[in-house]
Every structure is written in C-alpha cells, then in structure tokens.
Ligand binder design. Structure first.
Ligand code: SF4
Length: 371
C-alpha cells in the first residue's frame, strides 16, 4: 500500500494544524487582537503594513486615544492625522486612512461593509487588508495574502511560480483559498488568519526559517526540498534610485527656538508633511538665501534614508539667526516653535534631525506637554 506523500495530505492538514498551533503557541495579547471592531482591526492592519509590531504599539494606542472611532477620525483635520502618524513612514497610508474614514461615514453611515469584496472598494484597502477585516470581524472564509503569508505559502507548497508575474500571484491566491478551513466558525477564522500572520512573523522568517520548531514541518514541501529559503521566487528585484537633497535648516534663536518649515507638495515624497526647504544642490540652497548667507551656513552631518523606490541622502545645512530677517528674499514657509513641532506631521528623518538640533529634553518636554 502506498503511503500518501506530504503533498497529498497538505491541503486538508494545513488549516487544522495552523489553528491548533495558533491557539497553543501563537501570539496573544497584542492590543488589536480579540477585537471584532472593524475600525480597530483596519487601523492595526494599515499600521502594520511594512512596519514592525514593536513600532506600531505606541502609535496604535495614541491614535485610538485621539480617534476612538471612525466618526472622530473622519471629522479630524488632515494635519492632525498626519501629525499623529509622523515617524511611522509610508505617509500615503495616513492620507488613505483619513479618506477611507470619511467614505465609511458618508457612504456607509459609519459602518464598515462586512465582506472582503465590498471592503476592497474603500480607499487604501487592498485585497489582503480587506480579507483580514472580513475574516477577523465577520468570520468570512477568505485568505489574507500579504508579504509574510506569501513567503509561508510559497515555502509550504514549494511554489515555483515567479511572483513578479501577475499570473503567478493569482495562482498563489487560489492556492491560499484552497488551504482555508472547510467549515470554519468565526473563532476558527480568527485563529487561522492570526496563525498565518504569526507563522510568517515568528517562525517562517525571511532569512532563517525555524523549521525545527514549525508545526508545518511534516507537511512542508519547501522543507522537504532542503532549500526552503529558495522561496518565494521573484525575478524582478526593486532598484532604488539614489538622490541627494540639501535641507535648509533656518533656526531662529530666542526665548522660544523656532525653525522655518515648508509644507511639502500634495503629491510625491513626504506629500503634505512639513519639512525644511529642500534643494537639489548646495549651490541652489545658498542661492535661495541670497545676501543672507553672510550670516553663515554650516553643513551638518549627512544622513541616509531609504524609501520604497529611492535612496535619499539628506544634507542638512544650518543657519542660526538672532532676529527675523527683514525685507530679504526668503523661501516660502512658516516659523514653527519647538513646542509646536509635535503638532506638525514631520517625516521620520526630519524629526530625528530636529531632535538632534534642539536639545532632546526640549523636544520631549514639548511632546509631554502636548499629551
Ligand atoms: Fe517555513 Fe520551515 Fe515551516 Fe516550511 S517548515 S513553513 S519552510 S518554517
């Protein structure tokens, strides 16, 4: 009698193993776990995209304190939303979040739709986030397929398709649907969906899958192949363009130190956030100041910052003033005092530069005062 190989038992065995493992050994106690409130689940899912759990924890609590439900978020000023998001990166998420809240309030009377198909029609909600909300909050039998889950499933299935191809992505999504539990309760769907996330985040990690600890090892085709790290297969790798920016840090010293900030354009890098004036070269930055340069412009240490498609090299140039310039050519913008910095949405590297520039204690005192 032939014994069925791991491939044959895999589809039926996967979901029960995953649910059992998640309930015994998966993550628990994260503040968004156990909630069936679509607002909270949606917020956590958006924050967790490309961001570590440890980073999200503080932001999630602060965001909910200020915006406890979709109505308060929808009614907020965009600047306040961006300020609370400041430092989390990928700022288009915050803009979409705000627009999505407004859409839910205006078109759905404040109640999120209950199916993945309807959720996906909302601004900024992709297929995986829609599936997570539908599975966690409404028990829908639908699979999430984010980056972590793609890694787990391609290894589990020894999936040879090239994920740079749309057809392969679709085939993997179909496989993911085939692996779902057959007749799950809402609690089963919660454990299953959380289990997929937990397995990718804690066991089947990018560079060192802990196969010896993995509940899927007996049925995992990637492990059987001896080279689980070979998956996922993706031929097109992202090429980042290198770009240098010169930041004019104009600092007005006095009882209340102030910094000159511009709002970034509505689209592009750091859209809508506040930033010192940006120039493509040191000469351009000096020219913008004209005769003011006599006051002394000092180059600070450059810092690097990676974006999805770009590698930015930021060159801060500092000029300290004792009084507001009168009648000089001057870049557009506004003076912002240290105490008000926390009220402004700042890109993470700019926030760091400013923290280094001002005494950290001042910055922290301002933050504490704003809580
Ligand atoms: Fe990933 Fe290894 Fe588990 Fe397979 S056995 S799912 S490769 S950790």
């Amino acid at each position: 009698m032939s014994v069925p190989g791991p491939g044959a038992e895999l589809p039926a065995a996967f979901a029960p193993r995953l649910i059992d493992w998640q309930r015994r050994a998966g993550r628990s106690g994260l503040p968004w776990q156990g909630s069936r409130d679509p607002y909270r689940v949606w917020l956590s899912e958006v924050m967790l995209q490309q961001t570590q759990v440890s980073t999200v924890l503080g932001y999630y609590g602060r965001f909910l304190d200020r915006f406890p439900d979709v109505h308060t978020l929808a009614a907020a000023e965009t600047d306040e939303v961006m300020a609370l998001w400041s430092g989390l990166g990928y700022y288009s998420r915050a803009r979409h979040l705000h627009r999505c809240a407004q859409t839910v309030v205006l078109r759905h009377a404040g109640a999120f739709p209950s199916t993945a198909a309807e959720l996906e029609k909302l601004p900024g909600i992709g297929a995986s986030t829609a599936a997570a909300i539908a599975a966690f909050c409404f028990g829908e039998r639908v699979s999430i397929v984010d980056g972590n889950v793609r890694r787990v499933l391609t290894r589990l299935l020894a999936f040879e398709g090239d994920l740079a191809q749309t057809a392969s992505q679709r085939a993997l999504w179909e496989q993911a649907q085939n692996l779902l539990p057959l007749h799950p309760s809402a609690d089963d769907m919660t454990a299953y969906t959380q289990g997929l996330m937990d397995l990718g985040a804690t066991v089947c990690t990018r560079s060192r899958p802990a196969c010896e600890l993995c509940p899927m090892q007996p049925i995992c085709l990637g492990w059987r192949s001896g080279e689980p790290q070979r998956f996922p297969i993706k031929t097109r790798t992202l090429k980042r363009r290198h770009e240098s920016w010169w930041l004019l840090m104009l600092l007005l010293r006095g009882g209340q130190d102030r910094i000159w900030l511009q709002r970034r354009p509505a689209s592009g890098i750091w859209a809508g956030l506040f930033c010192p004036p940006v120039y493509p070269s040191e000469e351009a930055a000096r020219e913008a100041l004209g005769p003011m340069q006599a006051g002394g412009l000092a180059a600070l240490d450059a810092v690097s910052h990676s974006l999805t498609h770009r590698e930015l090299r930021l060159h801060p140039m500092l000029m300290q003033l004792q009084a507001e310039p009168q009648g000089e050519a001057w870049p557009d913008g506004q003076w912002v005092s240290v105490a008000m910095l926390e009220q402004h949405g700042l890109p993470a590297p700019v926030k760091l530069l400013l923290q280094n520039l001002f005494k950290p204690s001042l910055f922290e005192a301002a933050a504490a005062g704003s809580n």
